[in-house]
Ligand binder design. Sequence first.
Ligand SMILES: [Fe+2]
Ligand SMILES: [Fe+2]
Length: 365
Amino acid sequence: MALENGTADSKELEELETLEELDPSEELSYSTEDSPLEENENDAPEHSSIDLFENSIFPVLRINRDFRIRYANPGSQKLFSMVQQLRRKNFLQTFGQFFDREDIRNIQDTVSGRKPGYFWKGEAQIKNREVITVQAKVYLFPADLTAREPAEFIVMFDDVTAENRELLLSVFSSLLKASKLKDNDTGLHATRVNIYSRALAETLYRRPGYEQVDADFVEDIGLLASMHDVGKIGTPDDILNKQGPLLDWEWQVMKEHTKNGAFIMATYPNPMANEIVLSHHEKWNGAGYPFQLEGDMIPLSARIVAIADVYDALRMKRGYKAPIDHQKTTQTIKDGRGVHFDPDLLDVFTAMSDRFNEIFEKNKD
Ligand SMILES: [Fe+2]
Ligand SMILES: [Fe+2]
């Protein structure tokens, strides 16, 4: 570092002195109440030569025992781009929402020294409507590892969102392959249902009245819609592949694929997976299955996938039916307004139905 090898210029020294002078005056108090933080001209400089973490690949914050953020490296400012200026903000006020209560207590106890060791490790879910939730491992430790009573702490975030997502994708792709071995919905049907569903959700995101549609919703439905028929893994082959109409009892067995899907997806933490596999055959008028849910009792994700699934099923060629063109398919779906499909969603679909055609044409089998 500049100081140690004797090359520090006077400006750096000045900055360092300012910082050191400040530390004792920042008397240790553990309060975290919502008091507005006063601006202090003599506060820690944004870039301090004593900071090892400026170029760290990890987002890093340095906080004092008052939880005031003294330094935020460029990585952390990028990760928390929804917060205008991290430095000088109160860590708990700004980030408390991303931790659960137990974690907050542990962080407070660690920083105050009530818990021995001054080290804490946990997880944060960084949520924001505009961007997908970031899952991060969080490490908190003293800025000066030699200090008996550390005045400042480093908080380091390790973004594991991409790793988690890749793991999920590989599990889902195995499940899809397994279900495709049995199902007659071959080729790119599942992929296209993902793309239509995502496109619909993106439109809803910009539409008033759809506050539940955030960046996570759009991302998740674009991944989970393809799983709608995963429960068909449990449907006997002779029913699944039967040519000609199903007998009544066979139809009852066929309908079970919704509940089987929910059984398969039960351990997946995002409820959307369950909603889609269980409710994609429910109808707006309550005449669907398995539970004859009606109107907005049917989860929004499942109402979206219902439109995407039916559109694609009509367009594609199946063993028992010829493909239907875009015009006729759109008309058939429109006829289901308020009967099979959510009328408001149907209007959104109608306004963007050309996009559905494009998606089908671009991703043909
Ligand atoms: Fe289905
Ligand atoms: Fe399907």
